[in-house]
Design a protein around this ligand. Structure first.
Ligand SMILES: [Zn+2]
Length: 411
């Protein structure tokens, strides 16, 4: 049986970066390379109902071993890596028997994994750490999840004496660009609930995500040659800057909030004198608070219209995803079974919330309650990304226990 680490190293070497500017599905054809590999590996391991569609979504089933009809659950992770940092030519560095201290990344010695910034390293003495060489991201987000799922599936297929219910494995594309479930056929997928393997650390069970919307503020001005601008020019750059400066800073910003506090985050501006736009993400754990954030944007626009009477300010908002808490109750066993499995693997579960979204949030909204479990990933989307092999092993153990826990249930 191939070990989890070897699997992981194979997967991260495949470049699967997604692209938010692309409208095709998958957003980048290179994701299909890993999808195809996973499709073949699922067949090789003996999973049944193995399929891969044109979008690169792979599904397969680990058949039950229990005699009664047990409910089917879904294990999910995503093949793509973040567009925020290069995923080309990933050269993973395995640090066996970690002796403590900072880790200098050999491909770019200015990149140092510091204990001060990663205090959890203090608990990993003697473990195996995998980092990048400093020039790319690692892609443990979410190839750690894939390696964990494939290892657990392999174990269940090899040892048919383990009493488990049926498991539906699902690998999705384009999670990092918010389109992870776009092509998913939920009918074909099935399952009473799902689990994404996309959280950090070990033993975490995430049961809430943000609720999220995007606001696009567009200011339309009037451009003239600056030499004859007097009384005529309406500078969209200036008005948009004014708009952004009126956004809350001491509260409701990523720089000043944590835990359950929401924020409004302007993350991109674009344009010139005639027209300028700003993209602002709106986040809160309470969906109804997003409406308040939109009202605040409208009030800022109103204030500016009073000052710059000749400009046009348009605010467009788009729904992104909703707090998974709002839909998890549909399958009341989803969280208790995860708790049971983590404990059976010998650790105390950490119940947590995510200041972000997961594919699971959207799956939950579509009627498949899907909390998020740890996959041992740290510092995602960064050249300082790393993972701990033993924590990934624990996650695979938890999945096997989860299959056993659900095998006791009756469908
Ligand atoms: Zn992820």
């Amino acid at each position: 049986m191939e070990c989890l680490l070897d699997r992981f190293l194979r997967y991260v070497r495949i470049d699967t970066q997604s692209d938010e500017k692309s409208s095709s599905l998958p957003s980048t054809a290179k994701q299909l390379v890993l999808s195809q590999r996973l499709y073949e590996e699922c067949q090789m391991l003996g999973l049944v109902d193995v399929s891969m569609d044109s979008h690169g979504i792979v599904m397969a089933t680990v058949p039950a071993t229990v005699k009664h009809s047990a409910p089917m659950i879904v294990w999910n992770s995503h093949v793509d890596t973040s567009p925020e940092y290069s995923g080309t030519g990933v050269n993973p560095i395995v640090h066996d028997d970690y002796r403590g201290g900072d880790l200098v990344l050999p491909g770019d010695p200015s990149k140092i994994l510091r204990v001060q910034e990663n205090p959890h390293l203090n608990e990993l003495f003697g473990r195996t750490i995998v980092t990048t060489d400093g020039t790319t991201l690692l892609g443990a987000d979410d190839k750690a999840g894939i390696a964990i799922i494939m290892t657990a599936a392999d174990r269940l297929m090899r040892d048919r004496s383990i009493p488990c219910g049926p498991i539906r494995v699902c690998f999705t594309v384009d999670e990092e660009v918010g389109r992870g479930i776009e092509g998913v056929d939920f009918q074909k997928l099935g399952g009473v609930c799902g689990y994404t393997l996309d959280s950090g650390g070990v033993g975490r069970i995430d049961t809430e995500t943000f609720s999220a919307d995007l606001a696009i503020v567009t200011v339309k001005g009037r451009n003239t040659h600056p030499s004859v601008g007097k009384g005529v020019m309406v500078n969209a750059v200036r008005i948009l800057s004014d708009f952004i400066s009126r956004l809350p800073r001491q509260n409701l910003s990523p720089e000043t909030t944590d835990a359950r506090e929401g924020f409004m985050h302007p993350y991109q501006i674009q344009g010139g004198v005639a027209e300028a736009t700003c993209r602002i993400i709106l986040r809160d754990f309470e969906t109804e608070h997003l409406a308040r954030q939109k009202e605040l944007l409208e009030r800022i626009a109103e204030g500016l219209r009073a000052v710059y009477s000749e400009c046009q300010i348009v605010i467009e908002t788009r729904k992104q995803y909703r707090n998974m808490r709002d839909g998890l109750h549909i399958e009341p066993r989803a969280i208790p079974k995860a708790i049971e499995a983590v404990r059976a693997a010998g650790i105390e579960p950490i119940m947590d919330i995510i200041r972000g979204g997961t594919d699971g949030a959207q799956m939950t909204e579509r009627g498949l309650p899907t909390p998020n479990l740890s996959s041992g990933q740290y510092n995602p989307h960064s050249p300082l990304e790393w993972t701990c092999v033993e924590e990934m092993e624990t996650a695979a153990k938890i999945l096997v226990e989860l299959a056993i826990a659900w095998g006791k249930e009756v469908a």
